[in-house]
Design a protein around this ligand. Sequence first.
Ligand code: ADP
Length: 359
Amino acid sequence: MLPSAQEVLDALTSGALVVESGTIRYANPILLEWVGSTRLEGQPLGTALRIPARTNCLLCQGKTAQCLPVHTATILTAHGEEIQVKVKHSQLPSGQNLLVLDLFSEDAALTQAHTDFVSTVSHEFRTPLTSIKGFADTLLQYGGKLSEEQQRRFISIIKDQADRLIRLVENLLSVSRIGAGRLEMSYRPVPLLKLVDKVVQSIKIKGVGDREFEIEMNPSLPPVWADADRLEQVLLNLVDNAAKYSHPGSTIKVAGRLAPDAEDQVCIDVVDQGIGIPPEHLEEIFTKFYRIDSPLTQQVEGTGLGLYIVRSLTQAMGGDITVESTPERGTAFTLRFQAATAELQAAHRRKLYAEDTGS
Ligand code: ADP
C-alpha cells in the first residue's frame, strides 16, 4: 500500500510547505524545526519565508503579469538567524502550491555561481568568435572575387569582434584581480578633459550607432587623484553603457565639476537619455553578472560585469559612485574622486620615500 502524501512530506529531509492563496496549509517537521515553530498552518506565507520582492508569484498566485518562479528565499530561524534556501515550486492539481526548500549551502552557491559564470562567459566568447571565423573563412575562400570595399568591410568586422574579445578578457582579468584583492594602483594627478576626450573617441571608433556626445568641463578644473588606466576603464564602461542603453539620435553628456560641498573633490557625471533603470534594480546593477531581465537589455550585448568593475575600481581608488535614473527618460551616474591637491601629492611623495628608504 502506498503511503499518504502527508506521510511522504513528513519523511522528507527537505523543508516542505503547501500554500493556498498565500496562506500556509501545511508545513513539514523539518521546516518547523528550521523556523523553531510548532505550527504554521493558517499563517501567511511571509511568516515562514521571505521571498525577494520582485519574485512574489507565490503570494500573487500567478495572477499578476510579473509572476515568476521563485528560486531562492530567506528563512528567519528561531534564533533570529537568516538562512538562504533554494525553492522548488509546483502547482498541485487542487490549485494549491507545493514548495520544497533546500538549504543553500555555500558549496552549492559556489557551484551555481561557477556554472552561471562559465555559461555567461562561453556565450560571450562564442558570439564574436563565430563571427570572426565566418568572415575569415569567407575571405579565404572567396577573397579574390570580393571587391576591395567588401574585403575592407569584412576585415573591419573581424577587428571589431577581436576588440570585443579583448575588452571581455580585460574585464574578466579585472574581476579576478578584484576578487583576489590584487589591485595595484599607481596614483598620479589625472587631467580629466584629455582622458574624457580619449574615452569618447574610443567609444565613437567602436561604433555605437547614431549617438551625440557632449563634453562639459571647466578647463580650470583640478586634475583627479587616481590611477589613470583604471579611471579610463571606469569611464569606458560608463560611457559604453550610456551608448548601449540609449536610443539613436540621443545625446550622452560627460561633465566634470567641483563637488558642491567640498572644494577638494571632483565629480564626473555620465548622463544619457536612454531606457533608464527601474528603482528596484538600482542597487543590484553593481553586483557581479547582474543584468536587468527586460527585452530592452537582453537585446544588447553584455555580461553584467561592467558596473561591478566600475564600482570596485572606483572604491579601490577612494572614490564613490551614485546613480539616479528615470525609466524611459535616462540615467545619470556620478563619480566622485579626490582632487589632486598639492597636500595629497606631497603626502604621497613622503609615503613613497618612506617605503623606499624603509623609514
Ligand atoms: P552589461 O554588460 O550587461 O552592460 P553592466 O554591469 O555594465 O553589464 O550593467 C548591468 C546592467 O545595468 C545592464 O545589463 C543594464 O540592464 C543596466 N544598465 C547599466 N547601465 C545602464 C544605463 N546607462 N541605462 C540603462 N540601464 C543600464
